[in-house]
Each structure stands twice: as structure tokens, then as C-alpha cells.
Design a protein around this ligand. Structure first.
Ligand code: G6P
Length: 364
């Protein structure tokens, strides 16, 4: 097992550090940056011309990747909804001829997700699997598959597969939008340029991150909260999930807009709040963060370096390289992966095999 870790103390840290390479694999041959086009050999041009509605079914970390993708598709004018697969299996959403149901599952074996996709298929939906595992059960149940190509992931806590899911779903989303609603070529070029730069930008985060110091400074607090809006909401939820899974500390993610409607009652000087900012549109989150800071909470901001002057009020700053806002969330998530890893390590937790959890949940 030690050999498999290539010198890293845990698979999770190894897999976090593999992300520049796994993202290169996800992107390989799929991006034509100059032409401003995405090419997925799995899908001919026009394959999604009839699609107006996308329903994502997924669990856990994959659910957060789906939320990220749904926020992007909604911004492109499609109707995109996410469903926790276990809920969808019990109470499926109505579908019609223009509905595509996308199962997002790293393993391709999650029982809840399999059941949701069977319900959708039986109702006549077109079904598509986005998965890491070639030949997995979900690829046999779905009409079509798109592979995220992240390589094997051993740590129970999903890390590199989340990043590759978001990128693969971003590419799929652009293909769907191009065929159905049409895309703005200049905007697409800017996004594709951000995606092409992503492996190098992740490497820069890995090389320069001070997440270990932040985790140490915030050791032993009562609870840890994570805020974001739009795709950054999905990153906040994923940041909190990772933190609770491996540190066993109480952690919750919220939509920044939700803060005043309840969560604010939980905020004290012993509950650090992490704010995820991906671009100018997220600057509204800053007033939420100032509000929790006024109540004594230590504030950690994860934000693109070019917005540093807007977030200098933060008690701790975890910068990411300047990029397209829809890519910045992946970089912010890498910072949060490192915070969770170091917090759990400082607490002496069994990081690769957290208590009670399994890599693949094959029962409902
Ligand atoms: C389990 C794992 C999570 C994973 C979830 C969904 O809960 O511990 O890391 O996100 O299952 O798994 P899937 O393979 O469907 O992505």
C-alpha cells in the first residue's frame, strides 16, 4: 500500500496532487480553444439539438459536481435541475421528449443513482452516464456515456474525481448549449482558455497554498461553515462535505443568500466561516461575510488573486489564480480540499478510510 502512495502519507493527498495530470486527461483532445469549440467524440454535432431540459441525478460529491453544472446550464438558457438520486428514485420528476437525464457517478455503481436512472429510463427518458469507470453498471443502464478519465481514486473522500467531473460536465454543457440554445463564441473562447490553463493553475495552488496554516490556526473550533452562491454554492457544499467526512468536525455549507434565514443564529467567535468567491458576480457574498465577521466569526476567503483588494477584510485569504469564473470554483475547491486534509491530519484522523463511510455505496 505504501508503494501505491508514491511517498505521500495518504492516498487523499496523492490524489489531490494528481489533479494537474488527471485534469489534462479529462481535457485531452476535447477543447479547440482557438475555434472556441468543444469536441466530444462520443457525441456528433447536433446530437443535443432537441434537448431543452436536463435533469441530473447523483449523490455525495457527484451531486455537488452536478449542482455546479446545473448552475452553468441555467446561465446558458436551459432548464437544468439537480436531484438527489435517492429522492428521484422514490419520486421521479416528469420528463418529456426534450428531457435528458444525466447520471453523475464516479464509481458508476451507486445504488441510489442506478435506481434513479432506471426510473428515468422506464419512463422513456434519454439517459446519459458521466462516470470515471469504463464498463461500470451505470454505463450499461444508460443510452450514452461520457468518461471523466480521472484515473483510479482510492481515498474514500473524492477529490480529483470532483474536479474532473466538473470539467467533463462543463464540456458536456457547452455541447448541449451549442446544439440547443446556441453559444456566444467569444464567451466560449474565454471559458475554454480558462479550462486549458486549469491544470497549470491547479499546480500553482498546490505549490503556493497556505491551507495547512489556516487549518492549524482554526484547530478545535465548535463548527465550520462554508458559503457561496451559484456554482460557488456547490463548492461551499463540497467544502463542508469533505471537512466533515474526514475531520469528523461539524461542518455545513449554505447558499450565501440563506445565511440570514437561520444559519446566522449558529455563528459565534468559535465558528469559522469560509467564503467562496469565483468572480465579480460573487462579490455580494462579501457583505454576508462581513456580517459574520461582525459577530466575531473568523472569516476565510477563497478568491481569485485579482480580487484581493476587495477581500482584504478577511482574517485569512486563500488566493487562486485569476481565471474564468466558471473555472475558478474548481481552483477554490482545491484550496478547500487542502484545508480539510490538513485539519483531519492535525486531528490524527484515518484520512483514507473515514469511520462508517464507503467509497461506493451499493445499497439504498
Ligand atoms: C459515497 C462516497 C462519496 C461519493 C458518493 C457517490 O458516499 O463516499 O465520496 O461522492 O458515494 O458516489 P459515486 O460513485 O456515485 O460518485
Amino acid at each position: 500500500e505504501a508503494a501505491g502512495k508514491s511517498g505521500y502519507p495518504h492516498f487523499m493527498l496523492k490524489e489531490i496532487h494528481e489533479q494537474p495530470e488527471s485534469l489534462r486527461q479529462t481535457l485531452h483532445g476535447r477543447v479547440e480553444e482557438m475555434a472556441g469549440r468543444v469536441t466530444l467524440e462520443e457525441f456528433d454535432r447536433g446530437a443535443f439539438a432537441d434537448i431543452e431540459r436536463v435533469q441530473f441525478v447523483s449523490m455525495g460529491t457527484s451531486h455537488h459536481a452536478a449542482m455546479y453544472a446545473a448552475a452553468q446550464l441555467t446561465a446558458r438558457g436551459l432548464t437544468a435541475n439537480t436531484y438527489m438520486a435517492g429522492e428521484y428514485a422514490d419520486c421521479p420528476a416528469p420528463i418529456d421528449d426534450s428531457t435528458l437525464v444525466v447520471a453523475v457517478t464516479q464509481s458508476g455503481e451507486t445504488a441510489d443513482t442506478m435506481n434513479a436512472i432506471r426510473r428515468a429510463r422506464d419512463a422513456g427518458a434519454r439517459t446519459l452516464a458521466v462516470t470515471n469507470v469504463v464498463g461500470s453498471s451505470v454505463t450499461r443502464e444508460c443510452d450514452e456515456s461520457l468518461f471523466i478519465r480521472a484515473g483510479p481514486e482510492i481515498g474514500v473522500a473524492a477529490t480529483k474525481t470532483f474536479s474532473s467531473q466538473v470539467v467533463a460536465l462543463t464540456l458536456l454543457g457547452e455541447r448541449i448549449a451549442e446544439d440547443s440554445t446556441g453559444v456566444q463564441r467569444a464567451e466560449m473562447r474565454s471559458l475554454l482558455s480558462g479550462l486549458s490553463d486549469l491544470p497549470g493553475d491547479v499546480q500553482q495552488v498546490l505549490d503556493e497554498s497556505t491551507a495547512a496554516d489556516v487549518a492549524e490556526a482554526l484547530y478545535g473550533c465548535d463548527a465550520y461553515f462554508f458559503l457561496g452562491r451559484g456554482p460557488a454554492h456547490a463548492v461551499a457544499l463540497e467544502g463542508a462535505l469533505k471537512f466533515k467526512e474526514i475531520s469528523y468536525e461539524h461542518a455545513e455549507g449554505f447558499a450565501a443568500s440563506e445565511l440570514k434565514h437561520g444559519p446566522l443564529a449558529l455563528v459565534t467567535d468559535n465558528t469559522p466561516v469560509f467564503g467562496v468567491i469565483t468572480g465579480e458576480d460573487d462579490l455580494k457574498t462579501i457583505s454576508n461575510l462581513k456580517e459574520v465577521q461582525a459577530r466575531g466569526a473568523p472569516v476565510v476567503v477563497v478568491a481569485p488573486a485579482n480580487l484581493a483588494d476587495k477581500v482584504e477584510f478577511a482574517d485569512y485569504l486563500l488566493p487562486v489564480p485569476e481565471t474564468h469564473p466558471e473555472v475558478a470554483g474548481v481552483l477554490a475547491n482545491v484550496q478547500l480540499q487542502l484545508v480539510s486534509y490538513h485539519a483531519a491530519d492535525q486531528l490524527g484522523r484515518p484520512i483514507d478510510k473515514p469511520r462508517n463511510l464507503a467509497k461506493s455505496v451499493t445499497v439504498e
